[in-house]
Ligand binder design. Sequence first.
Ligand code: C2E
Ligand code: MG
Ligand code: MG
Length: 669
Amino acid sequence: MQASKRAFQKLLISTILTVIVMFSVMGYLVYSGNRITTKYTPLLDAAMEMMLETTTAHLWFMEVISGDKQGTIEKVRQHLDKADWYAGAMLEGGRNQEEVILPLTDQALRNSVQIARRIIAQFKEISHLRHARSLDDLAGSNIDQRFDRVFKEFLSVAGDVELKLQQKIQTELAGFRLIAGGLIVGTLLIVMFVVIKLIKYERDQLRHIEHIDEARGHIEAQSRQLDHQANFDQLTGLPNRALFMDRLQQALNHAIHEEHNVVVMFVDLDKFKSVKDTLGHQASDGLIELASRRIHECVPEEDTVSRFTGDEFGVVLTAIQNREKAMDMANQIARKINLSLNQPFLVDGRKLILSASIGIAVSVGEGCTAEDLLRKAHIAMHHAKVEGGNNQKFNTDELNEAANQRYEVEQALRTALVNGEFILYFQPQWEVESHRLAGFEALLRWNHPKKGLVLPDYFVQVAESTGLIEEIDSWVFKSACAQYAEWVGQGLRPGRISVNLSPGKLHQRKIANEIADLLLEYEIPNQAFELELTETSLMENSYRTHKILEKFKQLGVRLAIDDFGTGYSSMAYLRDFSIDVLKIDRSFFTSLGKDPTAEAIVRNIVNLAHALEMQIVAEGIENMQQLQLVKELLCEYVQGYKLGIPISSVEASALLASDQAQSNPHFLH
Ligand code: C2E
Ligand code: MG
Ligand code: MG
């Protein structure tokens, strides 16, 4: 740094000196050139004037000799005076109208000018003498001959002065050119030198900066490496305990805000110590690495898997909407982890099978810290270990029981799908004005091998949170369509058939195609098929939801909102999506007479629906008071125990037949 500063200072001084030299040279050249012209041009002019004046004086003197004496001698004298003045100016300096004549410095030239001056003086003298005698003397006298001789001598001297002056100018100019050339070349060399230095300096600086950048990159890489070492496990590359705790705390903070649940899983490999003793240090490290990869593959990408120490791993599952879902998810992942670890590993030519004891803790609202949750998961892991490992345990008995139950239901649901244990019941919907059977809502029942006929309350939530509902819904759609076609085949007119569409199924790809294919296969008029959607599934007013509902509309099936009024959602979707039917939730009718606001709410829902050209199905009508209100409010359809509970397909066939047979129908028969 210091060296670079010194180099810069040197360069700055050199540049300043170069600029000074350049200006000095330019100044000197201007001065010298100017000096040659201001000194020698007037001198040359003076020499020429001296010659001219003397020659003119000589001409006038010839006039005097030829006899023209009228005042001419005066002109001779005047011209000789002028010639003398120029000679004097060349020696002493002088100024005429045009220029300043500087005195000659060259001694030889000065001598010549002095001789010329003396000759001019002789001229004067001879011219006076000749004039004085001009009356008696004849032309060609002695004086005249002397005069001629002196004049010739003058011409020779003056010519010599002029020639020498010209030579002097040439010499001075040649010298000037030489010096100027030398100076210009010298200055250019200096400038080149400085420019080269500047370029070199610039290059050095760049190299210097590159070195600094390189060093910085190196430091950054090192600090990244240190950072990585501080936050990640060296063997598996997974986040270490410190980073795990950090992410867990962040997930908890976020969960409180978003009302989500966070799950921590403590995964401990079973009997790993004996595996390690058998394999040795290096091979067991390799096994840990392979196991960590398998654990990682079982966990959603957005969640964290960490290696704490040895054979201990941690998993954080975030952003799970409810406790039941969190439990199901944790259960599934834990099982997946054990199934994956149970697959043989190939280490040093040996096949090995691993298993893990997994403790699971689910966050419970505010005040739950990362440390708490991990501790709970750790304790639960010990319970799992005590029970023989290769399993999972939640941190409380209550949760364990619930989780086990849910797990049992899930397993039983899978079997039910395979064994065809589901059946459909049909609840009639009546047209209020005509009192005729308008159609049925298909309701799912599970013919459980041990429990008998099971209602959806028992299994729908597990089916939804495990995703099984999508397959179940498909079964319902197909069975409902098949039943409809069977009724038609029996010569019955089933009117409409409504099916419930779960939120997960609504957002499934190709759902519209699935329904379109079924309607085509069973030749069901599209308008006769009604899909019951929940308010919550429309709350996510997304582009995707829009697209799906648009497809349903193009297909021409009817869309109903089930349990309307319980979803606490904004009703903007009623404007955005074209809905045909609102099914007012049964809770409003149950509250009639007890809660004074219930009737007002029902009235407003009906008004809103009619204003938006939607129809109403009043659900859960159990008594006359409720039915009275339904009629009074001009609801289009009604459904409820008062008018018919869900019945089997055989009973539904009979109901259809009897309704068709009646000429004067009344739904309270
Ligand atoms: P939901 O779609 O609102 O169905 C109406 C529920 O109210 C049915 O219960 C029906 O039996 C009951 N209900 C009808 N009238 C009355 C009444 O007057 N009083 C009383 N107390 N209850 C009445 P269910 O069959 O137990 O179904 C419960 C829920 O399970 C359904 O509510 C629906 O959300 C779901 N579900 C039923 N079947 C299916 C299905 O096939 N697929 C899907 N995804 N969900 C279904
Ligand atoms: Mg329904
Ligand atoms: Mg309902």
